[in-house]
Design a protein around this ligand. Structure first.
Ligand SMILES: N[C@H](CCC[C@H](N)C(=O)O)C(=O)O
Length: 286
């Protein structure tokens, strides 16, 4: 199969985008296609696959598949790239429009300076909405999380996808590679989980690292940065309705959890390349 694609990134979190306004893909090949095209050795190389597609409920739809072929519900960096691409392709009537994901419908604004703002909607904070096992408080804020003999405290936030946020003294000491995969697959998270480590610099500034569900360490995670800002406010490290700059490996995002309870994310979105992917369904994938 010869599949036209565009490779884009948001703060280094890069995906292979396929435009289903122009092309058709069979549903059953998507997980294997995601693994295949993401492979750095035998594919194009990316953190996963994103489909930009028509939607009945908004002007544009987006689906995201992680590097391991698992389908995510939403993707913050992916939403900014999808918004910019759809606007530039003329799929939308103005620079402000809605994007439907598996999780929800969000509002996008492509700004004249090239930045993109997404209203990510309200975070889900009830244990059952994360989802996370346990019978304690209905929400998970600084809850003891024993793992690997360490005494950790977790704050769990869903942005339509699950996040486990841990605060650390110094981001350079965050055990991302050691703890990330353990927590990702911990049985307390029945749908698995994205894992974030956050150092509070000030109420307006966070340092951030992530182990993503289905993709491992990435340069950035937009929904994760939103979850980190929400967790910082829930733990009294930051304020509602304040711009919080989150420093990720790939750059900065500005997050605001406003007085209406909605989370706004602003950041970049860049095209890296465009081309044709020669997909062989029997391709060896690591
Ligand atoms: N790994 C995530 C999807 C990608 C999210 C991330 N890349 C972002 O920018 O939000 C999940 O399975 O929920």
């Amino acid at each position: 199969m010869e599949i036209p694609f565009t490779k884009m990134h948001g703060l280094g979190n890069n995906y292979i985008y396929i435009d289903l306004f122009q092309y058709t893909l069979a549903e059953e090949i998507l997980p294997l296609l995601a693994k295949s095209v993401s492979d750095i050795h035998t594919g194009v190389g990316a953190d996963g696959l994103i489909l930009i597609q028509p939607s009945e409920r908004s002007e544009v739809g987006m689906r995201i598949f992680n590097k391991d072929g698992s389908e995510g519900n939403t993707c913050g960096n992916g939403l900014r790239c999808t918004a910019k691409y759809a606007y530039e392709q003329g799929y939308t009537s103005s620079e402000r429009f809605n994007i439907e994901t598996k999780a929800n419908i969000v509002e996008a604004e492509v700004k004249s300076d090239g930045q993109v703002t997404i209203n990510m909607g309200k975070p889900l904070l009830r244990r059952s909405e994360i989802p996370m096992m346990g019978h304690d408080d209905p929400e998970v804020v600084a809850e003891p999380f024993p793992i690997n003999q360490g005494e950790w405290k977790v704050t769990a936030v869903s942005m339509g996808n699950p996040h486990a946020v841990f605060f650390v003294e110094a981001i350079e000491d965050a055990p991302v590679e050691q703890m990330g995969p353990l927590i990702e697959k911990d049985q307390r998270f029945p749908d698995s989980v994205n894992v974030e480590f956050v150092e509070v610099i000030s109420p307006q500034e966070l340092n951030f690292r992530v182990w993503e569900r289905g993709s491992g360490i990435t340069q950035a995670c937009g929904t994760g940065a939103c979850a980190a800002a929400v967790a910082a406010i829930l733990n009294d490290h930051a304020e509602l309705n304040d711009d919080i700059t989150v420093h990720l490996l790939g750059g900065d995002l500005v997050i605001r959890w406003d007085v209406n309870g909605e989370v706004w994310m602003t950041g970049g979105a860049e095209v890296i390349a465009a081309g044709t992917y020669y997909f062989h369904q029997t391709q060896k994938v690591e």
